[in-house]
Design a binder for this molecule. Sequence first.
Ligand SMILES: Cc1cc2nc3c(=O)[nH]c(=O)nc-3n(C[C@H](O)[C@H](O)[C@H](O)COP(=O)(O)OP(=O)(O)OC[C@H]3O[C@@H](n4cnc5c(N)ncnc54)[C@H](O)[C@@H]3O)c2cc1C
Length: 403
Amino acid sequence: MPTPFDVAIIGAGPAGSSAAYFLARAGFKVLLLDKATFPRDKTCGDGLIPRALPILAEMGILDAVMPRGWKLDKLEVSSPSGRTVQFSIPPLPNAPNYAVVIPPLLHDNKLLQQAIAAGADFRGGVHVRGLLTDANGVSVQVEQGSTTETIRATLAVVATGASTALLSSIGIPAPKPNIVAARAYFEDIQSLPPHFQFRFDGVVLPGYGWVFPTSPTSANIGAGFIRTGKREHHQSTQTAFNNFIQSPTMKTLLSGAEQVGALKSFPIRTDFATARTFAERVLLVGEAAGLVNPLTGDGIDFALESGKIAAQHIGHMLRLGDVSASQMQTYDTMLRQRYQNLFRFSGQVSRFSLNRRALDVLVPLAAVRPRLPEVLVNILLGAQPAPENMSFLRIVKGVAARL
Ligand SMILES: Cc1cc2nc3c(=O)[nH]c(=O)nc-3n(C[C@H](O)[C@H](O)[C@H](O)COP(=O)(O)OP(=O)(O)OC[C@H]3O[C@@H](n4cnc5c(N)ncnc54)[C@H](O)[C@@H]3O)c2cc1C
């Protein structure tokens, strides 16, 4: 018996909505499920980096999103001892040389609406408890209030972000999110610099603090740290955040400002380099595949892109009538070809540099040798490929040798 849906997609964040949009647009029968009702808020730094913007244009929502966002083209990094370096987003081959700060509350719902307009069926407030695969398809076990039901589809896409509960039902050991971060919104900030700030003064290392302006006087401000298992990292995100905003520079910046709404924290998975990306009849997209950059924390761009890549590959498999393990493996190969070097390199930079000693050397070095941040930013934003073999330390030594 044919399954009622070609594809069931679990999670309607950017990754799930992108997959749903591209599949529905190609004429497939798509069911998109989310435990949240939309519009839903997602705890985030709200930065849409340049590589996220072309795909929003392709999905037809960039023009609607841009007027509600705040465009910035400069980034400042501060070392633990307060030295700073500032640089501009370079010209990029396939994206504009600016990023946009916009709360997901605004763009995530637009992405979902585009998927629905393209023909996807959406059900919100539906918790998917398990996925069971067999020779003919996937049984999606859903729970809505006190009722449960099973929905059949030929294939499934898991787009559940950092929530890993569903993964064990498809035989993937649930990975522990490796970063935790918290953010709050502030208004009435006097003298807010008009650029992104990554700050390492007053934060738990390895970790970071950020100030992402949402207007000339308001900002999304947050702090996160990498879980290393050491005792000092067992502190709460609340404490890490409070320590960050009490640091001298932040105290001055926020004097007279007002926090609007509660502090919210959320885990982040950045483990794509070693993560599983598929199981029998199931593809993983976005943060469910660990696709958040381990250095910069951006994940919306990868969520959108991987949703599209999965949709295209699923379309190919369904047209061929071949959903074999080797076809599933091909999806993984496509992701690895595109992202593996970038994630390996970003992870290496993060491990090497997110400590006091390294940052206090690297930030002043970057200030006098602009080639260093230029190379790094070009790689992180996709303007040049991540080196396959060259280590970050070699790049730093090369730049330092020319001093
Ligand atoms: C504090 C913080 C700051 C960040 N800052 C940035 C930033 O500035 N820029 C950036 O690009 N990225 C940032 N990120 C990362 C970014 O938010 C995520 O990478 C992105 O949202 C991932 O998209 P996704 O679609 O994969 O998952 P999500 O957006 O997390 O969507 C997953 C969806 O799945 C649903 N779901 C989960 N489990 C189930 C289930 N069992 N049944 C039904 N539905 C389910 C959830 O309700 C949710 O709607 C940040 C993350 C955090 C935590």
